[in-house]
Design a protein around this ligand. Sequence first.
Ligand code: SAM
Length: 259
Amino acid sequence: KDIKNLTQKKGREETGTFMAEGLKLVIDALELGWTIRTLVYAKNAKGKPLVEQVATKTVASGGLVLEVTEKVISSITRRDNPQMVVGIFDQKWTPLRDIHPQEGQTYIALDRVRDPGNLGTIIRTADAAGASGVILVGDCTDPFSLETVRATMGSVFATPVARATVDEFLAWKKSAGVSVVATHLAGSVDYRTIDYKRKPTVILMGNEQSGLPPELAAKADQLARIPQQGRADSLNLAIATAVMLFEARRHLLELAPVK
Ligand code: SAM
């Protein structure tokens, strides 16, 4: 019942923990130094060497190991064909004040992102594009929800995530020496012409429904637009973020040979 509660935001907030499904994710998380509280595995995964290894690691770090039926795993993860292994981990937030962007780094800031699938996809894309972290501004969906963690495909363990109010974000911007490139449908600058190398860059993306509020747009150093054709009003938030991140990466790679 306690584990099932982690599918609710309240349960995650009260315990400061969250659930990740799948042996690979659990192994990755342990390798990256995340603290595991409980390991749950289905009876038919018993005896598999990798499962035994993570079980040993869990016990060694003071965690609990539970062997359950597949039906129980189905019930806690709300899936018909569940993964055989689930890990419960401590949440990890990076304090914004500890983020000191360096030359060549790119961060993503998201204004009130609402959709867990979008947030998960963005964290995964930020990881893949070599971004240094994701900053959640204002009231955002929870990066540690089951849906978001699923959509990150494990990148939630590799990508620092910070959260801030609008005021905290704007105060940080002043002291951090970053260039904030906000994306906006009415942006005056073509996103391809921006210099992403001059300063560490924070790419700021607007809310799915309403876009960026004027108080954030006004404080950006540049308002970038991705030129579109056709009838669509705008791009999906996660897609627009991917386009921006890989454009910034393309510019940054001009500094160094492609690996
Ligand atoms: N109705 C919203 C509006 O008026 O802004 C649409 C928001 S759009 C689905 C979500 C976010 O993706 C936008 O706030 C912006 O950050 C980014 N975005 C989407 N398409 C874009 C484009 N063509 N140029 C720049 N940013 C874009």
